[in-house]
Each structure stands twice: as C-alpha cells, then as structure tokens.
Design a protein around this ligand. Structure first.
Ligand code: SIN
Ligand code: CO
Length: 410
C-alpha cells in the first residue's frame, strides 16, 4: 500500500472544509497529541473536517534533521522522492531515490522538496511518534512520511484520498486549504504529480514547530515551505475492495480450479449462457474466497505486512528459552523492535490472533491482555501464572524474541 506515493493516490469524495482551531484543553481520557479528547476528535473531525492544533508535539524538532533525511534518501531500502518544481527537466518533475550524496548536494536553494516515506520502519524514534496516535487503530496507519523542503518547496496543490496529520517538525510551512470540491478535470494534465490547476484557497495557516494540521480525505491543500522546513505526515490507509481483492488473489492462498462440464447437454440456442451455467460460474468466482474465519486471519497477516522494500528486523543475539523466561519473571520489560506493524483480533471462539509483520500467533482466550500489550503503545510486561495459558504465552513471546520482534529494554 505505501509503495504508492500517498499524495499521488486516487481521490475520494470531497468533505466539507470547515475548520476548527483547538485552544488546547487537556483531559485525562485518551487524547490526541496536543490534548484533544480522542472521542471528540473521532466524533467531530475524523473523516469529516480539518483541525488545526497548535503546539501538539512541542518536542518534535529533535526527531530528525536534514542530515538524517539525506542519509535515509541515500538508502536503497527507503522509498524517497525529490519533487522539483522548477529545477527539473519539466515543471514538477519527480525523481525517485535512492539518491547519491552528490545529487543531493547539487540541488538549488529554492522550490524543491525531498519526501522520505516509511520513516517509522527505519527509525525507532519515528515509530515511537506514531504511538502517540494510538487513538486510531494500528491497522489504519500507513506510515510516517517526512518531507524536507527548502524555501518555497512544495508538492503543489492537491487532494489526498487518505486522512493525514501534518505535523511541523522544524522551520515553518504555510498551509492553504480549500473548501471547494475538485475533481479529475481540475488536474493539470501530463505531470508527474496530480496537481490542481485552479486551486483557490479559503484558509491559510503558518505552522511552526510542534503545530499540527489534520486533514480528512478530499480536502484540497497546498503546503509551501517558508525557509527550510521539515514536515512529518502521519498518513492513514483505507483499503479499497479492488486493493484487498487484488492482494488476496496475489497471496497464493487460492487453489486454482477451472470450470468442468462433462455433463454438458445439447442447448436449444448455442448463444445462451444457461441459468445453471451462470450458477456454476458464480460459484467458481466465490470459491476463490475463503470462509470468514480464514479471511479474517489473512486480513490480519496482510494488514500487518511490512512494505516490500523494508527489510525485516535484524535477528539480534537471542537468549535461550529459560534465560528469556527468567528475565520476564523478574519483571524485565520487552519492547518491539523496528520495523514493526502489529494488530490482533478475538476470533469467534474467544482465542486471540496476534499479528506482527505479517506473521500470525494464536493465543488462548485468556491471553487477550497480552495481545493488547504487544500491539498497544508502550512496553510489554508479562506476569506468568503456572498454567497452560501462561506456558503458551511464554512460548509465543519467546518465538517473537527469536524472530527479532521483541527485545528486552536496555
Ligand atoms: C502533503 O501535502 O500531503 C504533504 C506534503 C509535504 O509534506 O511536503
Ligand atoms: Co497532501
């Protein structure tokens, strides 16, 4: 999913672009960075209208600097793009990484940006930032894209079909958003990017480090760097039927079956597709889909798969099972390694299915608490009892440790 540049993906139905500006109330219930009550955000803004939150993440400036982003852009396992508004072979040229140090050094002083996708899969601190957004389900999270721009750098006015939090990390960026409804006919033809030709903004904000703008899908926007600027874009995904079906077909889980009709009788009209034949063909199509239980399990694996370009976590020095369990019993805390995508669900029989990076682990019904810890924000603490459930939990935690997915906190 994240292989395709988020701001180049298709568009969805436009939303109203009324905007609220959050003063900054703080509550003790789950909140968004900046303190808005999560229930209120989900009820009033999520997929509905933009929201500006000033000083949402005051500590964000230390997350990544230009040198870190350039280093990521030189790495072949990282997806990166340069958007050259003026300095390319044609306007708004997009070049794909990895880039050499010399290429990055040669860039002009204005009008370009470097977009680095999936930073959370490569930098633990970026993964930790995403945990601040855990009021949205893990599986809806696409990735953390970080853009570095010089003065006037921009990707042009455009629409995204995905929800996004645009968090200013360093420098300043001026965001313009529009309350107009735009469609395919508003796009400038033959460009590398889907740029809106007649973008007219209705609101403007200057975002400073720590400020954050939430945009629902379909709200046209244009962010222009004011001086050097680093912006984090926490992007979500909303799979479509065609994407999911395509992924299921590609998953190799289907045994191909073909129509057979040894009892084909003589038809009155050779042109007719008979009711029985239509039934048989419909059944053939539906036979490619598994039952609900197996479809759910595939969804868990599919939705937690890492992007294809991202290498799995390195296998660290694993402990033996007794040494591992002894440390857990002592109360030592486990942390997830990077890269990491997790989710779980409770099946109809009450058992918990835990998914990490596309791998599935089945846990007993009483292990839901463990699944919530492994997939939730923060660290994992395990208090074993002397029973079969705990033995299974210990075995799963050990398997995760051996696979390089969990390690003890230093
Ligand atoms: C966006 O508009 O979706 C992000 C662009 C950027 O960070 O440059
Ligand atoms: Co965008």
């Amino acid at each position: 999913l994240s292989a395709m540049p988020r701001h180049k993906r298709g568009r969805s139905s436009p939303r109203s672009a009324t905007v609220d500006v959050l003063p900054s109330p703080r509550t003790s219930s789950p909140t968004l960075p900046g303190g808005m009550d999560a229930r209120r955000f989900l009820r009033d803004y999520w997929q509905k209208r933009p929201l500006l939150i000033r000083a949402a993440c005051p500590g964000i400036h230390s997350l990544l600097n230009r040198a870190d982003l350039f280093a990521l852009a030189r790495d072949a396992t990282v997806e990166s793009r340069l958007v050259l508004e003026q300095a390319g072979d044609y306007p708004w040229q997009v070049q794909h990484g990895p880039f050499s140090a010399a290429q990055l050094r040669r860039l002009p002083n204005t009008h370009w940006s470097l977009l680095v996708q999936g930073v959370n899969f490569h930098r633990p601190r970026a993964a930790a930032l995403l945990e601040e957004f855990s009021v949205i389900p893990n599986w809806r999270v696409d990735d953390l894209m970080v853009s570095y721009a010089v003065d006037h750098g921009s990707v042009g006015p455009h629409l995204d079909s995905y929800d996004v939090f645009l968090l200013q990390a360093a420098g300043q960026r001026r965001w313009r958003i529009s309350n107009r409804v735009y469609g395919e006919s508003d796009l400038v033809p033959d460009l590398d990017l889907r740029i809106l030709g007649n973008f007219k903004h209705s609101r403007t904000w200057l975002l400073k480090p720590g400020d954050m703008l939430y945009l629902p899908p379909g709200v046209a926007h244009h962010g222009i760097a004011v001086g050097e600027s680093i912006t984090c874009s926490i992007g979500f995904r909303a799979p479509s039927n065609t994407e999911l079906l395509g992924a299921w077909l590609d998953s190799g889980n289907i045994e191909e079956t073909r129509l057979n009709d040894p009892n084909l009788g003589l038809q009155s009209h050779s042109g007719e597709i008979t009711a029985q034949q239509r039934r048989q063909l419909r059944r053939l199509i539906r036979s490619a889909l598994p039952n609900d239980a197996n479809l759910d399990r595939w969804l868990g694996r599919h939705l937690t798969n890492l992007p294809a370009s991202v290498p799995p976590p390195a296998l660290g020095p694993a402990l033996t099972a007794p040494a591992f369990l002894a440390r857990l019993k002592r109360g030592d805390l486990l942390v997830r390694t990077t890269p990491c995508r997790t989710a779980f669900f409770i099946a109809g029989n009450g058992r918990a299915h835990l998914f990490i990076n596309g791998a599935e682990f089945e846990l007993p019904a009483r292990s839901v608490a463990l699944a919530t810890q492994v997939t939730g924000p923060g660290r994992v603490q395990w208090n074993p009892r002397n029973d079969a459930t705990s033995r299974r939990e210990g075995a799963v935690l050990f398997a995760l440790h051996r696979a390089g997915l969990l390690r003890f906190q230093d």
